[in-house]
Design a protein around this ligand. Structure first.
Ligand code: ZN
Length: 315
């Protein structure tokens, strides 16, 4: 989606991570994975790169199984020092900056998603609790363990923060170019904020109690986050900055199709097919491509947040 050039960005909602090398530990069990995790996004990249119909060949052959090594060259990822943090966002002032710069786009998306939930939740007698995103480069510490580009974006319920590696977004943009990469970034941000909302509503523990399987709590929690992301997309063009200016333009049909393509690519069945050639429903954690698209659209068309109650429906 496209920001209005004159909208003002609020960089206080996004923090720079500590950066630096080392780490690489996988966070503990409390972590709720991102939009399919880094592996999902890599598959997404391959999938889009190959035009959607091909089977991964060449580089694709080196795509590891779950928990494997990032097939992208890790040497591309530089660990920023402590001082790099302020530099990450100093130039993020307006919507025009968000349209041309990945970090500023994250700032603007965080602003819009939080503005939406701040307006929306009082309809249900709830108040949105402001939730910061840590946008880091390399690795950084979270209360859920070391965050790194090996892990992908996640929400940490222990410190109530979202962690995203900016190199992950560089990869998205470099591989996709243009609007598809931008939309994929925004979808990931909105999905993670869906997890923050679930935490505020006391729903996240259902994923931890019953993490895997086609009708598991884990899958239902993930599909709900997709639905909540769809709800934000529906209302994004009404969200305003602190000065009352509208942050975003209405999404185009093409942009909605891009979001659906991203949702499909990170479906468990698609990722399993691409990585192992087989589908194991008992290992599903995020839902199938069909489910992820369907729940995104359910949110996009929803009149009410209860439409996203995946615990009250066939997932
Ligand atoms: Zn998720």
């Amino acid at each position: 989606m496209t920001f209005n050039d004159d909208a003002r960005l609020d960089t206080s909602e996004v923090l720079g991570g500590s950066g630096g090398g080392g780490g690489g530990l996988r966070p503990g069990g409390m972590v709720i994975g991102g939009g399919g995790g880094i592996l999902g996004i890599i598959v997404l990249l391959l999938y889009m790169f190959l035009g959607g119909g091909g089977t991964p060949g060449g580089d694709g052959g080196s795509v590891p199984g779950s928990g494997g090594v990032n097939p992208f060259d890790a040497s591309q990822i530089t660990g920023g020092g402590q001082n790099a943090n302020t530099q990450l966002f100093a130039h993020c002032k307006t919507g025009a900056d968000a349209n041309r710069d990945d970090n500023c786009r994250i700032v603007g998306t965080v602003n819009s998603v939080q503005a939406f939930w701040r307006e929306e939740l009082p309809r249900y007698g709830k108040q949105w609790k402001p939730t910061k995103t840590v946008l880091y480069r390399g690795t950084t510490q979270s209360a859920c363990g070391t965050a790194s580009n090996q892990v992908g974006p996640f929400y940490c319920p222990l410190d109530k923060r979202i962690y995203m590696d900016s190199s992950f977004f560089d990869i998205l943009t470099r591989q996709f170019g243009g609007s598809s990469g931008a939309l994929a970034q925004m979808y990931v941000v909105a999905h993670e904020y869906g997890h923050a909302l679930q935490d505020q509503l006391g729903l996240l523990n259902r994923a931890q109690q019953d993490p895997a399987g086609p009708e598991s709590g884990g899958v239902r929690v993930e599909l709900m986050a997709d639905c909540l992301a769809g709800m934000w997309v529906q209302h994004a063009a009404q969200t305003k900055d602190s000065g009352g200016r509208t942050l975003l333009k209405e999404p185009s049909q093409e942009q909605i199709q891009d979001a659906l393509a991203a949702a499909a690519a990170v479906g468990d069945d698609n990722i399993m097919k691409k990585t192992s050639g087989r589908v194991f429903p008992e290992k599903f954690t995020h839902g199938t491509s069909e489910q992820r698209q369907r729940w995104f659209m359910t949110g996009y068309r929803a009149q009410d947040i209860n439409a996203c109650n995946t615990f009250n429906a066939q997932p």
